[in-house]
Design a protein around this ligand. Structure first.
Ligand SMILES: Nc1ncnc2c1ncn2[C@@H]1O[C@H](COP(=O)(O)OP(=O)(O)O)[C@@H](O)[C@H]1O
Ligand SMILES: [Mg+2]
Length: 265
């Protein structure tokens, strides 16, 4: 499985403000959520992982090799990033062309690119929209098209930036399924989230960013047990845990099912 590692990673957009303040992380194995207040540096961090921004100090290693010697084009074959705002990613005026662009760009034949694009659209339930203009679709559908575009390239690492934003229950369920399937296929999954319930439900490891630093990192249950530290970073515990507390139950509950099981006992 793919492995990303950062050592002493610093990044600033301007001289006045440090955005990443020395991040040391090894990312491999279980699906991992990255959470943190707006402005904590999450999006910047994943852009540095993908080589779109270059660190001001420190390094990123992909499968043990410093990515500084690789171009964004070389990395894009291995590391797929689904942007927070699909409008920053989508640029074609036909869904199929948009989703075919990635595989074509990394050397797939036209037929293969088409097959990979259609397969990705089918996984997201969007095969009937292949001829549509992305801008005639809703924002939540455009977000799923952005996911399809990256899936069609079959990268080793899939990074999602706030994929659940604007998704209803069905959309979230679909994303959960895709994340689990891609993990089972051996992909490294990183996912920036503002939705603590989705993080608690789907991810085995959770990393909390705060002001360009890693505040917490560990198994999701351990991280979400740290109520006071989370609050210091303006984050809440997952809602099953909050409901449990109101009902007089101690402990950290990651899903409704866990809470219901505890209530039955
Ligand atoms: N292109 C940019 N130019 C200057 N500052 C930026 C730019 N993008 C982000 N920032 C600043 O960097 C900080 C971290 O932003 P970001 O990585 O987007 O955080 P997050 O994704 O956690 O909300 C914020 O203070 C933000 O205002
Ligand atoms: Mg962001």
């Amino acid at each position: 499985m793919a492995k990303l590692e950062t050592r002493g990673l610093h990044f600033s957009y301007t001289a006045e403000k440090k955005v990443l303040n020395g991040i040391d992380l090894i990312l491999e194995g279980p699906p991992t959520a990255i959470v943190g207040q707006n402005g904590a540096g999450k999006t910047t961090f994943v852009k540095v992982l993908k080589g779109l921004l270059r660190p001001s100090k420190g390094s990123v290693y992909f499968n043990g090799e410093d990515i500084k010697d690789q171009t964004v084009a070389q990395l894009s074959r291995h590391i797929g990033l689904i942007f927070q705002n699909p409008n920053d990613q989508i640029f074609k005026n036909r869904v199929l062309d948009e989703v075919m662009f990635g595989p074509s760009n990394i050397g797939a034949s036209r037929d293969d690119a088409r097959d990979q694009a259609m397969a990705a659209l089918e996984r997201l339930g969007l095969e009937d929209e292949a001829d549509a203009n992305p801008y005639d679709l809703s924002l939540s559908e455009r977000k799923l098209i952005a996911v399809a575009s990256i899936l069609a390239m079959d990268p080793d690492v899939l990074i999602f930036d706030e994929p659940t934003m604007g998704q209803d229950f069905e959309g979230k369920d679909l994303l959960k399924q895709i994340i689990r399937e891609e993990h089972a296929r051996g992909k490294l999954i990183l996912c920036i989230l503002h939705d603590m319930d989705f993080a608690a439900d789907v991810f085995d490891r959770t990393i909390v960013f705060n002001q360009g630093n890693v505040l917490l990192d560990g198994p999701t249950r351990e991280v979400f047990s740290q109520k006071d530290i989370l609050e210091s970073a303006f984050l809440e515990q997952p809602s099953p845990t909050q409901i449990a507390r109101v009902l007089g139950l101690d402990g950290c509950y990651l899903t409704d099912a866990e809470l219901i099981a505890a209530l039955k006992n």
